[in-house]
Design a protein around this ligand. Sequence first.
Ligand code: THU
Length: 147
Amino acid sequence: MINQLIDTAIHQLKYSYTPYSNFKVGAALLAKNGQVYTGCNIENASFSATNCAERTAFFKAVYDGCYDFAAIAVVGGPAGKPVQAQDEPSGPCGVCRQVMAEFCDPDEFLVIHGKTPEDYKQFTLREMLPEGGFPAANKGFFAKPQA
Ligand code: THU
């Protein structure tokens, strides 16, 4: 399952729009209903308007009415290749971790940093964002659409 998710994330690298950094990132977000939402990073000349691969996947899912997530696989690296074996995989940025905290249970949601489908590290969201504010853990009050 994790291997397949990483493989899907690797396939997203080709959609990544990175004229400024050429650092390409792909993501595959697994919803609890089994649906997979994909994402890539989309850069912008203003730099700060850049959207990371993780947030692209989350925002596609939420637009689709999906709010319950199990795991996300992230791959990336310079020149469009996933990081190489000797490198540390790059983890999601702080903004993306906060977006995950909006929707995901910190002790259940898995963040997978992949190099290859077989070579990866996995963390819970709480490990990625210790002492964070977790609206989704608050009985889903913030994380569900309000009727
Ligand atoms: N980036 C992501 O898409 N996800 C990450 O986890 C880290 C960084 C993007 C943002 C920018 O387009 C490029 O990688 C270099 O930081």
